[in-house]
Write a protein that binds this ligand. Sequence first.
Ligand code: MN3
Length: 238
Amino acid sequence: MRPHPLLRPLLAALAALLLVLTPAGPAWAEFSLPPLPYATDALEPAIDATTMALHHDRHHSGYVANLNAQIPAYPPLADLSLDALQGQVGRVPAAVRTAVRNNGGGHWNHSQFWAVMAPVGQGGEPSAELLAAIEASFGSLEAMQSKFNQAAAGRFGSGWAWLIRKPTGTLAITSTANQDNPLMNLPGIERGTPLLGLDVWEHAYYLKYQNRRPDYIAAWWELVNWNEVNRRFAATEA
Ligand code: MN3
């Protein structure tokens, strides 16, 4: 049977209409892995290239993929920025909360981690404003670093050490387990704006340092990108 002569132009018109009505991109935005801001060997010798490649290309990308995998079960996730998500983890439905907490936290934490490091000699110095705040809260830069080192070395199992600015304006050192961070509205977390966070999961240092976490922590200070820490501190003043 021959199709009606008007069928083909009618279908073409319908297809054109659908093209006009369909948004250009997907209806929701997926989270994406940021590229490292330097080469994988740029932080040698404190952090070796193999650790950096595995850490970014396998571990961090895994958090991003697993976070995106929660979107079908909880579509509002796609409308949240990564920053906004951290403060709302406690309101995520129970069925997906643990996965969003672990993988959303993992994505945020690692994104800041790459940014607060720089090749030796390229990280600058604490700004006068940041240094004044550190001295007001801890007495000295060295005292802050000592307290940070204790938090990093003393974190049992996997987690992070943080320099944060509390809602009161003072600076503090804190530590979180697993992939939690100080932005999360969850019980047991000392909240504040992270200025500097160190990954003390074994995957961050074990290839080079094995069980010598304090050696990794000591070497890491050479990599701190104070320019970025200064920027984060200044943003809390805004
Ligand atoms: Mn890690």
